[in-house]
Design a protein around this ligand. Structure first.
Ligand SMILES: Nc1nc2c(ncn2[C@@H]2O[C@H](COP(=O)(O)OP(=O)(O)OP(=O)(O)O)[C@@H](O)[C@H]2O)c(=O)[nH]1
Ligand SMILES: [Mg+2]
Length: 341
């Protein structure tokens, strides 16, 4: 890791003290529906469900819609998600552990290879797969070759559902019927569910279809947990999300975000974050003229962090140049992306 001695920092601390509230996860759990009649433990269902597909088809948006909480970051850029992220959905009689994954793509870096490995391993280890693709009302173009190739490589030994996303973009819904039929001819899907992750349409049916097919078993997560990832992971992701949304071309993909300090001892948590970019030029772009862009990135990431933690936070962001970190096994490990092989 190359540390610049003259790091530029964007300090967007908030001075006013506020009372600490319980984490968002607890609030979400309170909203979860309570079983009307208790389900006997022997009939409880629980399982891990891989959300897989090409980049940008809406896997993370769907995870958030299923949870009713925007935990996973979303952007219009492909390859936004880099990790497996669990989102726990509890319904009477079942716990559904949805696993968001990186979009499977033609990798051009060790980071890309690692991301693909994460997605394939998640699909192989899950109890059930939800394959996500974009709906297209044009029958001839409704199924992309990349989707067909991915489908062929998916494990054949477990139930797979198809979620056809972005149906809000289709004006004439009757045109979907032949498209659904064509998808159905490709594989023996356990169910095909049209959804709009953006508008949270079709999510209740998806939850029902999935929960019916889960294995019997005890819950994997406690009642108030909505993810396996700690708060610090999401805060780093919220900073990366703002960079993805506010920068262009190769800058967003060359960014890694690391939490350097996460101090919850005081009344207001202090979080220090290092943003690693690949080039000096990218550092200048992320900071922006007079630090304006970094300030905007920090302000919005802090708002997301405060909503998640249920308390005000001091967030300080540093930008550092770490050339070629995406090609270095050691740097990838330092940055939490594990081994790429
Ligand atoms: N119109 C519409 N847009 C959607 C829908 N779901 C997702 N999107 C948009 O599609 C883009 C990609 O969404 P993501 O959820 O980041 O997609 P992803 O599959 O997780 O992408 P990767 O993490 O890169 O693999 C974003 O601009 C979303 O707002 C939907 O149901 N309708
Ligand atoms: Mg994603």
């Amino acid at each position: 890791m190359t540390k610049d001695s003259n790091d530029d920092a964007g300090d967007i601390s908030q001075a006013d003290a506020g009372e600490k509230k319980p984490p968002r996860a607890k609030k979400a759990a309170e909203k979860a529906p309570k079983p009307k009649a208790p389900v006997p433990p022997s009939e409880f269902r629980c399982g891990r469900i891989a959300l897989v597909g090409r980049p940008n088809v809406g896997k993370s948006t769907l995870l958030n819609a299923l949870l009713g909480e925007p935990i996973a970051i979303v952007s219009r850029h492909p390859q936004t998600t880099r990790d497996q992220i669990a989102g726990v959905v509890s319904v009477p009689g079942a716990q559904l552990v949805f696993l968001d994954t990186p979009g499977i793509h033609a990798a051009r870096s060790k980071l890309g290879e690692h991301m693909n490995d994460v997605a394939w391993d998640t699909a192989k280890d899950a109890d059930l797969i939800v394959f996500l693709a974009e709906a297209n009302e044009d029958l001839a173009r409704s199924i992309r070759n990349e989707d067909k190739l991915l489908l062929q490589k998916m494990p054949a030994n477990k139930p797979m559902l198809l979620a056809l996303n972005k149906i809000d973009l289709i004006r004439d819904k009757t045109r979907l019927l032949p498209v659904l039929e064509r998808w159905g001819s490709l594989r023996d899907f356990a169910a095909i569910v049209p959804v709009s992750a953006k508008k949270a349409n079709g999510t209740a049916r998806l939850i029902k279809e999935v929960s019916e097919r889960l294995p019997l078993g005890e819950p994997l997560f406690e009642g108030d947990e909505i993810s396996d990832k700690p708060a610090r992971f999401f805060v780093a992701e919220f900073v990366r999300e703002q960079i993805l949304r506010k920068t262009f071309q190769e800058v967003p993909h060359g960014v890694a975000v690391l939490i350097e300090r996460f101090d919850e001892a005081g009344k207001i948590p202090i979080i220090e974050v290092a943003v690693h970019v690949q080039r000096e030029m990218h550092k200048r772009i992320v900071i922006g003229s007079k630090g304006e862009l970094l300030k905007a990135i920090g302000t919005e990431a802090r708002a997301r962090a405060e909503a998640l933690l249920g308390t005000q936070v001091h967030l300080k962001i540093w930008v550092r140049v770490t050339p070629d970190w995406q090609e270095s096994d050691a740097r990838l490990k330092d940055f939490g992306y594990g081994q790429s092989t």
